[in-house]
Design a binder for this molecule. Structure first.
Ligand code: PLP
Length: 273
């Protein structure tokens, strides 16, 4: 049974609240066995958990004999931002999961890391759930490329995400806000003003369309083609842009041109309403 502790905007949570949630003495309740943290924290916009916080969570888990798991689907992004080795970031964890797709660009694949006994148990659980795979070597090959060739490039994705966030921030549009200072990794969240009669879904759809006026102006590729930007709807008032290895500097500038065009267009439509 899961018990969730509310996240703070920086991806951390209150350690006192965590301690109060630890159960075991009351026979009507389940016994707390493990604490799980997510690093980077997707729903907080790819935020990197501070090492001090991780050290404190680790100490608290030791004090209460709890296992600590890190959902490190984006662990290498966290390491690139913190400029720390993965071994240091996960120092106090008993188990860690990492994902080779997403920013690491493998077509598929995740790995679970833990003690020999833990992995034996995980293999059994995987088999029971029908997740066993005999020819996993083809996936391991992609994972090796991800680790050796893509991890060193993550800092570039982060720089591009910074550029994108700062450009959007620099538009000073009331309807669309970005927190560039707190954009740590390759995820850029754009929040739509609560007062604007516009949903994240509508914004995502507009960014995926090209209107004639765009290609007749400057918002086009050198081949006179329109630009489509794929974003995801994060919640009804937030969209997410994600940078990755295949978004080059040239792609980034095209995306910035398109996003600027659409944000200004929608802002002036909203002002004229
Ligand atoms: C934070 C986080 N954890 C875990 C996962 C699951 O990864 P996988 O499906 O490779 O196990 C995802 C996938 O989207 C994720 O974003």
């Amino acid at each position: 049974m899961l018990s969730t502790v509310a996240n703070k905007p920086d991806g951390t949570f209150d350690l006192q609240e965590l301690e109060e949630r630890i159960r075991g003495s009351n026979i009507h309740e389940p016994v707390t066995a493990m604490v799980a943290v997510e690093n980077t924290h997707n729903y907080c916009g790819g935020k990197v958990l501070p090492l001090k916080f991780l050290d404190d969570v680790g100490a608290l888990c030791k004090k209460h004999s709890l296992a600590l798991h890190m959902d490190g689907a984006r662990l290498f992004n966290a390491c690139a931002h913190a400029q720390e080795e993965a071994a240091r970031v996960v120092r106090d964890c008993d188990s860690v999961s990492v994902c080779f797709s997403k920013g690491l660009s493998a077509p598929v694949g995740s790995a679970l890391v833990g003690s020999y006994h833990f992995i034996e148990q995980a293999r059994r659980a995987r088999k029971m759930l029908g997740g066993g795979m005999r020819q996993a070597g083809v996936l391991a090959a992609a994972a090796l490329v991800a680790l050796h060739e893509v991890v060193p490039l993550l800092a570039l994705d982060h720089k591009r995400a910074q550029v994108l966030a700062k450009v959007i921030e620099g538009l000073f549009l009331k309807a669309f806000t970005v927190d560039a200072h707190n954009t740590h990794t390759n995820i850029v969240l754009v929040r739509i003003s609560e007062h604007a009669p516009l949903t994240a879904d509508q914004l995502v759809q507009r960014l995926a369309q090209v209107c004639l006026a765009e290609t007749q102006g400057d918002c086009k590729t050198p081949n006179d083609e329109g630009v489509i930007v794929k974003a995801t709807e994060f919640n009804s008032k937030t969209i997410r842009f994600t940078l990755h290895r295949e978004i080059t500097d040239e792609d980034l500038w095209l995306a910035i041109m398109k996003i600027t065009y659409v944000f200004k267009e929608l802002s002036s439509n909203l002002e004229n309403k």
